[in-house]
Write a protein that binds this ligand. Structure first.
Ligand code: COA
Ligand code: MG
Length: 290
């Protein structure tokens, strides 16, 4: 599965911003037709995105499009006008049921069949951002075309009548619940946007918190957010080194029949070994080790 540490939204109606996004090294570029595009610019966004998919070289960045939510009346045209240019994936906002993903997946499949494309290559990422979406997350998260769950914190807070605070306690339950459902279905979990895009200090704190909570990446809205977020979601050199030392010590102990060992003064057993393996897997995906 494609690594998505930094998922950058770029307004779909802005050709200069899409062009700029290509030079930033973001893991994923999501050209937005939903809330990043004004209501009277939706048609313009579809055309701009179509041209971008046709003409631009995205290099190593993944090409995503975000359509408007199901029931908005815009979703069908958003999809048919842009998916014909074969993005790598579709981000569906305001997902509240399994059936909504099924609707999207069927339409993508029709396109795959009529165009002779490989089946299931165009992946879907679902934004969960309402109380109802969280209540139905158990079914939603099992959809076979899904690669990732994305947490939309601002819409979620509005849906439950919460006030956003710097500490974020009001979103903690949902934020954590999303990680749990992603983990059980082998999906990526993509964390909240940090909207104060000029505040790099608190962006780093928020990104690290997300990584510690188990998220695999984060949504971003500004070029300055790419590098700090990629760094937060890649294991540090010290973490990689520690994981490698731990795994070799455990391998030796295991061969000698020990299940738990004293490793540098700390008790190590299987759960910590699993975490260390995950660090190595993520470091490999991030290109930090071979
Ligand atoms: N993608 C690509 N390029 C972006 C960008 C983005 N998300 N945000 C800013 N840029 C570009 C600007 O166009 C500018 O380019 P230039 O130097 O070549 O002129 C440069 O980065 C610096 O931008 P800056 O002047 O600091 O910000 P801005 O005032 O142009 O834009 C926002 C601020 C918030 C409007 C802009 O960051 C944005 O549109 N973000 C995405 C919003 C979105 O999609 N929301 C929906 C999802 S939550
Ligand atoms: Mg939203």
């Amino acid at each position: 599965m494609k690594l998505r540490r930094a998922l950058l939204y770029t307004p779909g109606d802005s050709r200069p911003k899409i062009e700029k996004a290509l030079s930033l090294g973001a893991d994923s570029i999501c050209m937005d037709m939903e809330d990043g595009t004004a209501y009277n610019r939706k048609e313009k966004a579809r055309k701009t995105i179509s041209l971008a998919l046709k003409e631009f070289n995205f290099g190593a960045s993944e090409k995503l499009i975000r359509i408007n939510g199901i029931g908005s009346g815009l979703e069908e045209d958003d999809l048919t006008e842009t998916v014909i240019h074969h993005p790598d994936g579709v981000v569906l906002p305001k997902v509240e049921s399994f059936e909504q993903l099924e609707w999207l997946s069927e339409r993508i499949e029709e396109m795959e069949l009529s165009q002779g494309w490989d089946l299931n290559k165009i992946r879907v990422l679902a934004v969960i951002e309402s109380a109802k979406g969280f209540i139905n997350l158990r079914e939603i998260a099992t959809h076979p075309r899904l690669d990732a769950l994305i947490f939309g914190a601002e819409d979620y807070a509005a849906s439950i009548g919460a006030t956003r605070t710097r500490g974020g306690l009001e979103i903690l339950y949902a934020r954590s619940k999303l990680v749990m459902h992603a983990a059980v279905n082998d999906l990526q979990a993509i964390d909240v946007v940090f909207v104060n895009f000029k505040d790099s200090v608190n962006l780093k704190i928020d990104a690290l918190l997300g990584a510690q909570m188990g998220f695999t990446g984060k949504q971003i809205v500004h070029p300055n957010q790419v590098l700090p977020v990629q760094e937060a979601f890649s294991p540090s050199n010290a973490e990689i080194d520690y994981a490698q030392r731990l795994l070799s010590a455990f391998k030796i102990a295991e061969a000698e029949g020990a299940g738990a060992i004293d490793f540098e003064g700390k008790m190590i057993d299987m759960p910590l070994v699993k975490s260390a393996r995950l660090v190595i897997e993520r470091a490999t995906l991030a290109g930090k080790i071979e």
